[in-house]
Design a binder for this molecule. Structure first.
Ligand SMILES: Nc1nc2c(ncn2[C@@H]2O[C@H](COP(=O)(O)OP(=O)(O)OP(=O)(O)O)[C@@H](O)[C@H]2O)c(=O)[nH]1
Length: 659
């Protein structure tokens, strides 16, 4: 309860931060709003979870997880399965003009949020992997903080400070709330967490390395592609210079000015092949324009114009060519066609004396040249610019959502060095970007999660097995002690504890077992004046006497093949199967004699004596009570006749068969 309350402020702080961030941004971009909404959804889900409205929390977190799953898929699925453009179309359907990157946070943020959203769904249960999810989320967050040092990557993985802090608040809230729940299984959590966390860390390090490698490769490709493009354009420029020279050389055998029809025909061919030759003119030695192609209304007006006066910017280049010093090229000048361009002047010499009889003027429109050169490049994938220093001469492709890398190279047109810059668009780069790092990260984190589950379950099983073994051992010990007790109880039920002889009950069983044995004698023995022993020597000594008496009797009766038992008090009984009365009397006498020598004496030194009554059965059925009664009667007689003697019950006193 206390933990739950302590977790609430952290989660509430996350929501507050997000709200403040949105308010401070004024009109936030779709990316900002979507990122905050996603974190906010998880935060509200977690807040409700802290309040233990688990069902509602699940309802709130499910859409967030669905959104995150889509983001993850957009990072993982190969381009030929779902193209980057398709994801962009999906994004545009959600909000016109938006792109997939507006709706999906960086991969590391997606991973952290997914792990945080899964936390409440596992409900703090260590056996469902909650500790690893939280620890991996912490790793993801740490990765985002470190990511600020790697801003040169294609897509930085860190989100802004407010959202990163909000994520940290969510993490702290969850940690406070869940820590207590793992106390019961902390041993297993510790065992499972470290190896799997190490695997998660390795997955992140591997992802980072792979991403840097793949970005480096992509960047190298961009540079190579830019260089290939520059080479192609240089070739094209080389081709048009050669064509210009061929064209100028073809007029050396003609009159001045060349015949107009022929001029128009020849120039038209070049104009068709090199569309950026906006005008092709023949200028005589007096710098007057004599022929021009195409014959547009504008061009008709310039025929006869003296270029020295009409075009001061080109005077030097024209003079250079007319003086026979080679091709003269102007600086970049504004053309009548409304675009920047260069005019090349190529001298036409008389074949006999080599004098310059005129020049061919080629007006190259730089925008048209760029259009021709750029035509082979997809304007959606690469933005191209042609610059003269800072001055933009031509541009093709988008100006927004450009990738972070550009390739610049120098193109020389005549004497002019221009800069050609190619910059692939972000979407083109993302479409070409390898999915392998994202797959590595996702697979690594999943493996770490599975490893955690396996190690945790294994450790729990080991503990349970240990517990079962301990219980088994205790159970076996209990069974042994109960068996011992049972045996003792059983023994006590049939024996006398003091003398360790069979008791009355056992004796009666033994007697019953001998029911068919004839002759069968029973001896009832009673210690004489035993009360005196107790009174004078004490009960303890009386007990010792009884125990010794038992041993002596057991020895004598056992020797005779009988059973000796304690009948009660100081009374003993013996059963002698196969012995008649006389044989039993002889055994009784042996017992008395042995007792006399056993050293058991009264206080005055007189030996302890014994009175014995014997009853024998030679025929007929055994009736135990009657046989014992007869022996008791005989004992009584022995007592009354002075004790320390053996008396035999008269045979007639015994029951007869059928009597
Ligand atoms: N120490 C001890 N005394 C016992 C035990 N069982 C019975 N006695 C005693 O045995 C004595 C029996 O006394 P009595 O029955 O009066 O007989 P007696 O003194 O032996 O005299 P007679 O049998 O008539 O010769 C009593 O004092 C009992 O207390 C026992 O287990 N231990």
């Amino acid at each position: 309860m206390t933990q739950r309350l302590a977790a609430l402020p952290a989660t509430a702080a996350a929501l507050l931060l997000l709200a403040l961030g949105l308010v401070a941004a004024g009109t936030p971009s779709i990316a900002d709003a979507a990122g905050s909404a996603l974190i906010g959804l998880v935060a509200v889900g977690q807040l409700v979870w802290h309040l233990r409205r688990l069902r509602l929390a699940r309802l709130l977190l499910a859409p967030a997880l669905g959104w995150l799953a889509l983001c993850l898929l957009s990072y993982l699925l190969p381009e030929h399965w779902i193209a980057h453009a398709t994801w962009n179309r999906l994004a545009a359907a959600l909000a016109p003009g938006s792109h997939v990157n507006d709706w999906r946070p960086p991969l590391l943020v997606v991973a952290t949020l997914t792990l945080l959203a899964l936390g409440p769904l596992t409900r703090t249960r260590a056996n469902l992997g909650a500790p690893l999810l939280l620890a991996s989320a912490a790793l993801g967050l740490a990765g985002q903080l470190l990511e600020h040092a790697h801003a040169h990557t294609l897509l930085p993985q860190a989100t802004d400070g407010i959202r990163t802090t909000a994520l940290a608040c969510l993490l702290i809230g969850q940690l406070i709330d869940t820590l207590g729940g793992w106390r019961a299984t902390r041993g297993s959590v510790r065992r499972a967490l470290w190896p799997s966390l190490l695997l998660a860390l390795l997955a992140m390090a591997f992802w980072h390395h792979q991403r840097a490698l793949s970005d480096h490769q992509l960047r190298t490709e961009v540079e190579a592609q830019g260089q290939r493009l520059a080479d192609r354009l240089s070739d094209e420029i080389g081709a048009h210079l050669a064509a210009m020279q061929r064209f100028a050389a073809s007029w050396e055998w003609h009159a001045v000015p060349p015949p107009d029809a022929q001029w128009q025909r020849q120039a038209a061919l070049y104009h068709r092949d090199f569309g950026y030759f906006l005008n092709i003119a023949f200028i005589d030695a007096d710098s007057r324009i004599r022929r021009v192609h195409p014959l547009t209304a504008l061009n008709r007006g310039v025929i006869g114009t003296r270029l020295y006066e009409a075009q001061p910017a080109g005077r030097q280049a024209l003079g250079h060519a007319l003086a026979g010093e080679g091709i003269g090229s102007t600086e970049i000048i504004g053309l009548l066609q409304g675009q920047p361009g260069i005019v090349h002047y190529l001298p036409v010499r008389r074949p006999d004396d080599g004098d310059v009889m005129g020049v061919v003027g080629m007006v190259v429109g730089l925008q048209s040249l760029a259009d021709t050169l750029f035509r082979r490049v997809d304007p959606r994938a690469v933005a191209l610019t042609l610059r003269d220093g800072e001055r933009l001469l031509a541009h093709q492709g988008p100006t927004e959502r450009q990738g972070p890398w550009r390739h610049a190279t120098t193109l020389t047109i005549g004497a002019k060095a221009l800069t050609l810059t190619s910059r692939p668009t972000l979407d083109a780069l993302l479409a070409r970007r390898s999915r392998l790092p994202a797959i590595s990260l996702t697979a690594g984190l999943t493996l770490a999660y599975l490893l955690y589950l396996a190690l945790f379950a294994r450790h729990r099983m080991v503990l349970q097995h240990r517990q079962v073994r301990r219980s088994n051992r205790e159970l076996r010990r209990e069974v042994r002690s109960r068996t011992r007790l049972q045996q003792e109880v059983e023994w006590l039920a049939e024996h006398d504890e003091l003398t360790r002889l069979p008791n009355r009950r056992r004796f009666l069983q033994v007697l019953a077992e001998q029911a068919a044995t004839r002759p069968l004698s029973v001896l009832l023995c009673d210690v004489d004046h035993f009360k005196l022993v107790n009174d004078r020597l004490g009960h303890l000594m009386g007990d010792r006497y009884l125990a010794e008496l038992g041993r002596q009797g057991q020895a004598v009766i056992g020797e005779a093949g009988g059973v000796f038992a304690r009948f009660g008090g100081e009374e003993f009984v013996a059963c002698l199967p196969g012995r008649d009365a006389d044989a039993a009397a002889a055994v009784a006498e042996r017992f008395r004699a042995r007792l006399a020598g056993a050293g058991l004496t009264h206080e005055d030194g007189t030996p302890i004596t014994l009175s014995v009554g014997i009853a024998s059965l030679t025929e007929g059925p055994l009736v135990e009570d009657e046989l014992l009664q007869a022996a008791d009667d005989a004992l009584y007689r022995a007592k009354s006749r002075g004790r320390d003697r053996v008396e035999i019950a008269p045979p007639r006193a015994l029951p007869c068969a059928g009597a």
